[in-house]
Design a protein around this ligand. Sequence first.
Ligand code: GLC
Length: 688
Amino acid sequence: MIFKYTYGTPIETQATVEKLEDSSEALKLLNMSTAEDKISFSYKMSANDIVYGLGESVRGINKRGWSYTSFCADDPVHTESKNSLYGAHNFIIVSGAKTFGVFVDTPAGVTFDIGYTALNDLVITPQEQDLVLYVITGDNEKDIVRQFRKMVGKGYAPPRWAFGFQQSRWGYKTADDLRRVAKGYRDSDIPIDAIYMDIDYMTDYKDFTVDEEKFPNFKSFVAEMKEQDIKLVPIIDAGVKIEKGYDVYEEGVKNNYFCKDENGSDFISAVWPGLTHFPDFLKDEARQWFGSKYKVLTDTGIEGFWNDMNEPAIFYSKNKLDKAWERVDEYRNKNLDINSYFELRDVFSGLEDYKGFYHSIDGKMVRHDKVHNIYGFNMTKSAAQAFDTIAPNKRLLLFSRSSYIGMHRYGGIWTGDNQSWWSHIELCLKQLPGLNMCGFMYIGSDIGGFGANTTEDLVLRWLALGVFTPLMRNHSAIGTREQECYLFENKDWFKDIISVRYKLIPYLYSEFMKANINNEMMFRPLAFDYPRDNMAKQVEDQLMVGDSIMIAPVYKQNAHGRYVYLPQNMLFVKMRGDSYTCEVLKKGHHYINVELSEVPLFIKENGALPMVKSALSTEKLDCTQLEVLALVQDSARYVLYTDDGISKDAKGQYTEISVTRQSNEYSINCDDKSLTLTVEAFGGNIIE
Ligand code: GLC
């Protein structure tokens, strides 16, 4: 059951698609207090309660022991001391003595103090007093997630090619740079489906322009890449450069499409191009107008985009910078002591000015900080809605940096500017289930790490996790060590790992689509699947992925393997390119050895994993020949979802595959006779 409680007069966030009536039942589990002009909701947790959720956030799968602030932040240093990342995903599940979900729907910030101030106290404090609170009860965590996801609507489905490996780097400047990357991959036989175009493809960082000197005859270049089965994916930033004669700027000014400052003039702030205006994505006409601009690029054959800097990221506002200069002048020639020196040093930080501009909502001016968390959401909605007109029945790739619950209906997300740190492989793993809970299914991190210099082993281990994330993209920052896979000493190992991804695409795509359609999570904490197993509840670095497998990536440097916990007997599979080794392992703890070129995974009892022969692009995969790997106790069963991978109204087909055992012989059955299947099965009774 979902209980809704409205407080004040909240601004519509569009997080939900189902409209519910208010009920006072919502406040039966939570204690509401309204002290000192602050409203808050609290709950006394039992010592063993686990709290799941909050999507893109720091720390563990169990969110207890920290205070998190949902306020989309442009912060590239994701250490455990941080409170906010790029997304605002205000949904949690308390699991234990009582199990229930809480969603705080407000476009402004919210703080979730989950045992930070006091170990057993959960205190939720919204920044603004106008909000909608949802409390969800159900049979178990999965049931609560299903109800929540149904309420917030079906998730975005990308084209199937977006499940291929993708390469990006901030620093590719010309068509020849991109040609070199394509050649690097193709010459080394490392599979790839897409290469990204970061800000340097534009003329002076102007959205919807392509620098003709660096990219002469862009349309034919897009086609040239497609001939090699490579799609180009350009970036679009939120800020529009202020420049006389630039059509996007001129149209925005003329039609009042930009956010305003307190005097009603177009708000001036700076991002990559220097001074910019921000489109008021909260205004219907502005959203439609900006979305229509993507056509400039789709007309050249582009089929995918990433929306960036849409928290929005602000280097400085003109107002705040002017004040900062004044402060500097005050300090000039002074004897700087402990206080004044540090004050001077901080003058140029924190110039982002979220209280300095306004949106027009239903004719009223609303200060940005009160609706901050839905800005990036609406930028992505603007693109997605335009795509319905630009390419009515074709799925385009679209994902965003900033997000709020509900944006998952329009696009995916990547987890922003991480670092080439081992702890960030682990962070990525831990974010996956929370993101799925909140509706975000097309997700992934910058593999190899965005900031800082990477190492060969780090990229390999990260890729071995990335094999399972729907978005599998290697991306890095300008000035850091180059990390394209073909540049490293052991290119073959990269080929081995990325080939595993292509082998698993039928399974991953099937699991992604089924989870999306059925409001389920593709990535689940072990405890969701083994609720009576107390050990499983504590496992933070292994996940269930889809119906058949569990993953346990190696994420420590110089480790030759790792400990894993098996909540039941499983088939331990080490994959490398098109080959693999298998071993049946008993329920319990094990140490597994995993080489840098291998991808470990575990097939559940009576689980079956369909695979295909690897290929150099998704286009080249032959999905009519399936190799099925199974661990059969009595009968293993798998339902494979397939569709054309590109049309929006594609009719999904469900193929039932089963592997049965009679004495030591296995037979495979499938209701689609156009498929050729081979099977390799292991029996649970081998264990003794
Ligand atoms: C932001 C993005 C990053 C991109 C860079 C340059 O930092 O998060 O992915 O490479 O901007 O556009």
